[in-house]
Structure formats: C-alpha cells, structure tokens
Design a protein around this ligand. Structure first.
Ligand code: GTP
Ligand code: MG
Length: 332
C-alpha cells in the first residue's frame, strides 16, 4: 500500500541524550597546596521533542525515520565549568497528530496547535561535579555523579485527518476523480473497485484564494464497520472532518438506498459521524439526459433526506455549485 500522498501512521524509536558526567577535579595552583574540589556539572542530555507545524499535512517526511537520537550532555570540567547541554531534536508533525506509546498504546498527547512542543523522551540530567560534595568531613571528595541515562521508547505517531471535507462513497463512485479535478492532487483513478487504498488529501482552491481541504478515502462497502473491505482502517480518517460529502453515481441501482447504506455504516462505526453536516453529490451525471435527470430529481426530492447536487467530474458539470455549497456549509 504505497499509493497516495498521505502517510498517516509511523513508528519511531526515540532516544534522548544521556546527561554528561560530573567532573572530579581538585583545584591546583602554584603555592596553593590543597585547592578545593572544583569539578563542574555535566550538561543535560538532549530531549526528543514533538512540535506542531502548521505547514505540514502529512507524516511523509517521517516515513523513513526509524530511530531518532538526541545528543548527550557534555561532561563537566575543572573550574566548576558545566558541560554543554546536548542538543534537543525536534520532530515536526502536522496539527491533529496523536502520539502514543507503542508498547502500552497509551495516548501521550495530541498536537493541535502551531508551535506546540511536547517532550517525548526527556534528556538525562547531568551529573553533579565533585565540588557539590565537599563537606566538613570530606574536604576533597573524589567522586562526582555520573549523568542520568536518556530515555528510550517506541512511539507511534498518528495523524487524524483534519481535512474539512471527507468523501464518502462506494468503490468506483468517482471520489478520486472528483479530487483530481477540483484539487491539484493526482490520485490513482481506474474503472475497478478499491483503486484507492490509502487516503489522499487535496486542497480545493476557491474564489479569492480561499481554500479548504478534501480527503479522498477508499470506498466503503456494506459491512465496513465490521471490518469488511478496508474496514476501520480508513473510516477513522473521516472521523474529524467537519463535513461529509457523499458520492453516489447516477447509474447506481437505487441512489437513496446506496446513500442509506453508507450512512448506516458510518453510524455503526461511530454514531457521532452522523452529527456532521452532509451533502450528497450525484456523480457521473454526464450519463444522464435531461429527461432522466428530471425524473431522478422528482424521486430524490421525495425520498432523499439530505441536500444533493448533480455533478460530473468528467464533463465538469456542477463543480462550481458544489464548491460554493461546500464553502457555505463549512462557513455557516
Ligand atoms: N462518466 C463518468 N465517469 C466517471 C466520472 N467520474 C469518475 N468516473 C469513472 O468512474 C471510475 C471510478 O472512478 P474513481 O475516481 O477511481 O472512483 P473511486 O470512487 O475513487 O473508486 P475507489 O478508489 O475504488 O473507491 C473511473 O473509471 C472513472 O473514470 C464522471 O464524472 N463521469
Ligand atoms: Mg478512489
């Protein structure tokens, strides 16, 4: 499953830096026979930090990162001088990213804001140098603390799609084709089911440079909520879209029924999906003549319990109206 410009799930092994050693040093100077201890502290190990970056919208840059390590802290040295802190490393992720501990599957945090920073592996504290350990009974301590080890863990970074509009439809309904004509995305399109195996995102450019994001996901079939077809794996991508655009092709046997099956799958997966705004696009309308269209309209007005629009991606029909309607619904 390599198709798609959208990587929504990566596992990374992260290691923070070990703290630097504290130094054991005794001050020596000419004519001072017994200088005191002056070994400085070790620096802190580098943290591994996850940071929200609003310019990213996939985890693609992390796809081939297996192991990320922050720098160790530097050792302390004489004259009470502290070692340098290890450099932190930042893992930039899109907003709407959830970070989990891979082992326990516990959610550690969610990145929702630009610039938000969360430490996922804390750098070890530097060891204290020997001058800290001078006491009345031991004027020249010959020990210092070692640095604390860094943390090592496997994390799972998951992107919940924040696209505004999620496309919902049976396989072959024309979802990817629509995305390819109203955005610059180039999803794979073909005349067979389950062409799309991974979500694709596209940015719809709208009048006056306004934009919104549309997500194309694999087709949904009856039983998807139970894992049929590509199952849960893709339904979760549209959980956070603010609006669902249902695509039902004009040549469907029963448009109303197809819409209701889709709706029912979503309900069974997560009832909250039905709280979202919905619009139905009857796709492939270039296959209808005016007479058929009028007949269909009469039926839909009677039976379809949702607002709908006739479109054709191939003949570029109804697309402006579609964008206008989506925009209005998103900004209502
Ligand atoms: N006549 C006509 N055919 C269309 C239109 N849009 C898409 N198609 C055809 O319908 C078929 C399926 O299109 P896709 O865009 O791949 O459908 P999909 O919904 O993404 O399918 P899956 O990824 O399998 O779920 C292709 O052969 C398209 O050429 C349209 O507006 N008119
Ligand atoms: Mg597709």
């Amino acid at each position: 499953m390599t198709e798609g410009n959208f990587v929504d799930y990566v596992k990374i092994h992260v290691t923070s830096g070990k703290g630097g050693k504290g130094s054991v040093h005794l001050h020596r100077e000419k004519f001072i026979t017994k200088g005191g201890p002056d070994g400085g502290d070790g620096g802190r190990g580098g943290h591994v930090i996850i940071r929200g970056n609003p310019n990213l919208w996939t985890l693609l840059p992390l796809k081939f990162k297996r192991h990320l390590k922050a720098e160790h802290g530097g050792a302390g040295s004489k004259g009470r001088s502290s070692g340098a802190d290890g450099k932190d490393i930042y893992i930039d992720v899109p907003l709407g990213t959830v970070v989990k501990d891979s082992e326990t599957t516990e959610t550690l945090f969610e990145i929702t804001e630009a610039g938000q920073e969360e430490i996922v592996a804390e750098g070890g504290m530097g060891g204290r140098g020997n001058w800290h350990f001078k006491s009345s009974t031991n004027q020249t301590p010959r020990y210092a603390q070692p640095g604390v080890d860094g943390q090592e863990r496997d994390i799972t970074i998951e992107l919940k799609v924040l696209a505004d509009v999620g496309l919902v439809g049976f396989p072959n309904a024309g979802k990817s084709t629509l995305l390819s004509v109203i955005t610059a995305a180039k999803p794979k399109i073909a005349d067979y089911e389950f062409t799309t195996l991974k979500p694709n995102l596209g940015i719809v450019a709208y009048r006056d440079y306004k934009t919104f994001v549309m997500a194309d996901i694999p087709g949904i079939i009856e039983g998807a909520a139970e894992g049929k077809g590509l199952g849960h794996y893709f339904l979760r991508h549209i959980e956070r879209n603010s609006l669902l655009l249902f695509l039902v092709p004009a040549d469907a046997k029963d448009i109303v029924k197809e819409y209701e099956i889709l709706l029912d799958e979503l309900r069974r997966y997560n009832p909250e999906m039905l709280d979202k705004d919905r619009l139905v696009a009857i796709s492939k309308c270039d296959m209808l003549d005016d007479e058929l269209k009028a007949e269909m309209k009469a039926e839909l007005d009677k039976d379809l319990k949702a607002p709908y629009i006739f479109i054709s991606s191939v003949a570029q029909m109804g697309l402006t109206e579609l964008k206008d309607t989506l925009w209005k619904m998103l900004n209502a």
